[in-house]
Design a protein around this ligand. Structure first.
Ligand SMILES: *Cc1c(COP(=O)(O)O)cnc(C)c1O
Length: 375
């Protein structure tokens, strides 16, 4: 009998990890909404509303005349710029089609059936996706409690306790998405010191360039010191180049060499390579964008708190806000008014919404709509 070639049939032919997997949920269909409404305030995807450096735009226009050619398969110029920026050899850098691709490939390369991968509860959704896709076992470490100084954040001791002899890989995000919380440098160092030497520790630093708290520190020095520490970064957030898809990791030369074996040869396109290199050179624009974001994050946090809404501490360009039982109703009514938040049910946080910090005008629109809804 001919099978019905539907999703179920193909899932039954897929590897065990893929069978149990659900596709990444991008939130609302923003493209459809964009067409339907004029004054959309998109606060669902943590994009940077200020846009990239003008130098990045100019570099893209310059690169257009070569788009019939393949990009540099090694991304040498961008790697050299990143190497100079971080004080590492270019051989310790791997470029990805977004850091999402690198997070997936780390599990593809280093974990498989019978292996454990550890990541935190309320950690970035891609950690679970990458683990399942590689058919490895997920070991989810409980988050810190709601009344901890860093509520729902990463609990370093719980992460350590989740490590087994079968653990190959461990993911954390610092600062974390969707909570916005961060790990202080002393805890991070203590954590890395205590992780067994044969476990690869991935520190996803998608928001690092936005963090300005005195008790935040990048793990890059740890990645330089220790072979088993990997730091991932992206051009999608602070550099405002989400549409071009480019991220990178900094790790031991040997790790990069093994990851190269599965990298698609032209994974980062020529426009992205040119734009990212130019954006990296514009430190003033980055600083300006970071300051605007920090200013608006403080203002938005205060404005929500003034309305009796609890907001978690954040070192990112979003805040996690507690709306309790009324969360779905508030999200729906804000959507009616053209304001998009990110529902958190998929993260097991249905009483919260994640709100990207917008521009002054966008945040005003949000608060105005929220006041109407709460009235
Ligand atoms: C946005 C985000 C990324 C991925 O971004 P890319 O666009 O794929 O580079 C990675 N990690 C976290 C925690 C993020 O929030």
């Amino acid at each position: 009998m001919t099978p019905t070639y539907d999703e179920n049939w193909f899932a039954s032919r897929a590897t065990s990890g893929i069978r149990a997997l659900k596709a990444y949920d991008p939130g609302h269909d923003v493209v459809a909404l964009r067409n339907a409404r004029q004054w959309l305030v998109e606060l669902g995807s943590n994009e940077n509303p200020y846009g990239p450096s003008p130098r990045a735009r100019a570099a893209v226009l310059d690169a257009l005349h070569l788009m019939h050619r393949y990009p540099d398969p090694r991304g040498a110029a961008l790697k050299a710029a990143l190497a100079a920026e971080h004080g590492v050899e270019p051989s310790r850098i791997l470029l990805g089609n977004g850091s999402h691709e690198l997070l997936m490939q780390l599990a593809q390369v280093f974990a498989g059936p019978g292996d454990d991968v550890v990541y935190p509860q309320y950690g970035f959704a891609v950690f679970a996706l990458a683990t399942r896709a590689s058919s490895a076992n997920a070991r989810v470490a409980p988050a810190s409690p709601d009344d901890a100084p860093m509520p729902l954040g990463h609990d370093v001791d719980a992460l350590l306790a989740a490590i087994t002899p079968s653990t190959k890989l461990l993911y954390i995000a610092n600062p974390n998405n969707p909570t916005g919380t961060w790990i202080n440098p002393a805890s991070l160092r203590r954590f890395v010191d205590a992780v067994p030497h044969d476990v690869i520790v991935v520190v996803d630093e998608a928001y690092a360039e936005m963090a300005d708290a005195p008790d935040y520190a990048t793990a890059l020095p740890l990645a330089r010191e220790r072979g088993n520490v990997v730091v991932t970064r992206t051009f999608s957030k602070a550099y405002a180049l989400a549409g071009l898809r480019c991220g990178y990791l900094v790790a031991a030369e040997g790790l990069v060499a093994v990851m190269e074996r599965v990298r698609e040869s032209f994974n980062v396109n020529s426009l992205a390579l040119a734009a990212c290199e130019a954006a990296l050179g514009d430190v003033e624009h980055l600083a300006w964008s970071r300051e605007r974001n920090a200013e608006q994050r403080t203002a938005l946090t205060a404005a929500l708190a003034a309305r009796g809404i609890r907001v978690l501490p954040s070192q990112t360009n979003f805040v996690l806000a507690h709306f309790g039982d009324t969360t779905p109703a508030i999200e729906a009514e804000l959507l009616e008014r053209g304001v998009i938040l990110r529902p958190m049910g998929g993260y097991g946080l249905p009483a919260y919404s994640r709100i990207t910090v917008g521009t002054l005008d966008e945040n005003r629109r949000l608060l105005q709509a929220l006041d109407e809804v709460l009235a």
